[in-house]
Ligand binder design. Sequence first.
Ligand code: IPM
Ligand code: MG
Length: 362
Amino acid sequence: MSKTGYRIVLLPGDGIGPEVVAQGRRLIETVARTFGDQVTFEEHRIGGAAIEAEGTPLPRTTVEAARGADAVLLGSVGGPEWDHLAGDKRPEAGLLGIRKALGVYANLRPVRAYRPLLRSSTLKPEVLEGVDLLIVRELTGGLYFGDKRREEGPGGVRVVDELVYTTPEIERIVRLAFETARNTGRSVTSVDKANVLESSRHWREVVDRVARDYPEVPYRHMLVDNCAMQLIRDPRQFGVIVTENMFGDILSDEAAMLTGSIGMLPSASLGSGAGLYEPVHGSAPDIAGRGVANPLGTLLSVAMMYQYSLGRPRVAEAIVAAVERALEDGFRTPDLAGEAARVCGTDEMTEAVLERLQIVPE
Ligand code: IPM
Ligand code: MG
């Protein structure tokens, strides 16, 4: 069901975060004008920006606002100025904290090889043509959230990062992956390290059990090291990839290279409450403030927001189509440049997408 009044919380964060979130906002405002939607934006701090202003990477006001929103759009967190900080003092703790606070256990990262960008990748176009896969990354468990310890002993330091998963945590993410695969006519590849890890062996058992409820969905298990190789060797073999938090983090950066640039990848993080939408790229401090960041990962994240949180799947499709047309017409931010016709900045790229947006009122 689509609504006509939304509360969107914007969390620009650090580096290029504010620049790309501003473009996401422009897109939401444009769509709202078409439908006559009432949108309220509320902006809050997270990450390094919050450390500087409020002394903590995740202020309480940020969490409360996000919890009460229809959807949250986040830029990125982190930067060299906070590299000396440890653990829960770091900007990244703000990001992990908001994911946990919103209970967004399912991180969807679609990876699509846009035809006009086939030559922007370092891989051969014939390997990439037609790639359209979805990484479903578990987002609130595993190594990221296990106990961490540092013990000073006579023989030196002993460090511990625990990898914990419970059956329900595995089951809900695996079920979501199978549901998505069924709805989109894809196969499931469950990725683990079952030849070494106990958690992976249990993950496999749960996958086998859940799979029985989806007899029409082809599925298989794959070891993570093999998956890393197969993604580059023959990425078209993948439909939905479901995996635990850390493996999903690593494989999604690798898979981003199938699109030509990490700047292309959007994500949706879903749970039972407000959805959290963020481009997969980081804060890119080296290009921050120069107006050259690729806004497409964010605009495509806004598309996912329309699909999963705002009940307007047609708008989501229209945004993806507009991005594709802008690319076809030769618009390229520097990260995609290659042999491009028109190297453009962040604003101009967004403008190109907005001009090509054809929204059919639903
Ligand atoms: C991502 C990022 C984050 C993660 C970092 C910034 C904590 O790499 O969203 O993929 O590891 O989840
Ligand atoms: Mg990452």
